[in-house]
Design a protein around this ligand. Structure first.
Ligand code: PEP
Ligand code: MN
Length: 338
């Protein structure tokens, strides 16, 4: 519920109403503006109605937030949020490009790839130390050793690093070494992980589950914001459909749909979205054209030798070519590219 106070409302009114909201077990929000103070109340809708705030003489209007997600919604927060991962800003005019291998394999492979993507203009580096694999017999990341390598490479190149957290047991170690945490598609509705990451003060890249609706993605983000972490970037990475020509079907509808309803930045992962190297660049261009705030791309120094996702990883030259192709598309939609 959004409560707009009259311009003449004294500061004590805001406090009095916030106290009333809290006393009912609801979550109070204080959003002072330049002309009017706006308050929010989140929680059980029947209790919200009982508060009868509209009868208060200093309340100008009371409006329900219609979306099931509240803190994530533009109804509550009309302006675009910008999330910062180190020097990289996601959600402003500049497009964010985060690139890197699927996984940390060796120090050399990680460093070489990071240097290559940095030279081509990437603003962030990605690589997994904990990898969710469909088969238990496949390479599942080097864990703590991978994290250590990733941190070293981040420091050596100056690129902020993003890496996946799969389990609350690893959270402290990852928070200590990474600049941003990724919650992968398979964990988008791991509610205990969402609650734990919500307590952390590090940006989060939340990937859409492969069978999740857009509303479920936004409600997963609501878990993070309602637990106190509002540094959230949403990521469309393709969904499962009947189509088998590609690994997933990249749902670019999600980009403008989410941008209209949520203030959170949205990036697109055309690597997992297609699973096919030759489709990554065209879909990255399409993502930027339809309003994505950035892209997350897998790049490997030598994809044929990659321990995971080699078939969808760009060669460094392919990534450099993509960056050159992105510039005019970014300019056409009023964005800049570093
Ligand atoms: C990844 O980014 O390497 C990854 C495992 O992605 P997703 O969770 O989208 O499958
Ligand atoms: Mn991958």
């Amino acid at each position: 519920m959004i409560i707009v106070l009259k311009p003449e409302a004294p500061a004590e009114t805001a406090q009095e109403l916030l106290d009333r909201i809290s006393s009912k077990g609801l979550k109070p929000l204080h959003m002072p503006g330049s002309e009017r103070v706006v308050l929010g109340a989140l929680g059980d809708e029947r209790v919200l109605a009982e508060l009868n705030l509209i009868s208060h003489p200093m309340v100008e209007s009371v409006k329900a937030i219609l979306a099931p997600y509240k803190l994530v919604s533009r109804e509550l927060h009309p302006h675009d949020s910008v999330v910062r991962i180190g020097e990289l800003a996601i959600g402003g005019r500049a497009l964010a490009v985060i690139a890197g291998p699927c996984a940390v394999e060796t120090h050399e492979q990680t460093l070489n790839t990071a240097r290559a993507v940095k030279a081509a203009g990437a603003g962030g580096f990605r690589a997994g130390a904990y990898k969710p694999r469909t088969s238990p017999y496949k390479f599942s990341g080097h864990g703590p050793e991978g994290l250590r390598i990733l941190r070293e490479v981040g420091d050596e190149t100056g690129l902020p690093v993003v890496t996946e957290v799969m389990d609350t047991a690893d959270l402290d170690a990852i928070v200590e070494l990474a600049d941003a945490l990724q919650i992968g598609a398979r964990n988008m509705q791991n509610f205990s992980l969402l609650r734990a990451v919500g307590q952390v003060r590090k940006p989060v890249l939340l990937k859409r589950g492969m069978s999740a609706t857009i509303e479920e993605l936004l409600l997963a983000a609501e878990y993070l914001l309602s637990a106190g972490n509002d540094q959230v970037v949403l990521c469309e990475r393709g969904i499962r459909t009947f189509e088998r020509a590609t690994r997933n079907t990249l749902d670019l509808n999600a980009v403008p749909y989410i941008k209209q309803r949520s203030h959170l930045p949205v990036v697109v992962d055309p690597s997992h979205g297609t699973g096919v190297r030759d489709l990554v660049a065209p879909m990255a261009l399409a993502a930027v054209a339809c309003g994505a705030d950035g892209i997350l791309v897998e790049v490997h120094e030598n994809p044929v030798m990659a321990l995971s996702d080699g078939e969808q990883s760009l060669y460094p030259e392919g990534f450099e070519a993509l960056m050159a192709q992105l510039r005019p598309v970014a300019a056409a939609v009023g964005r800049t590219l570093g």
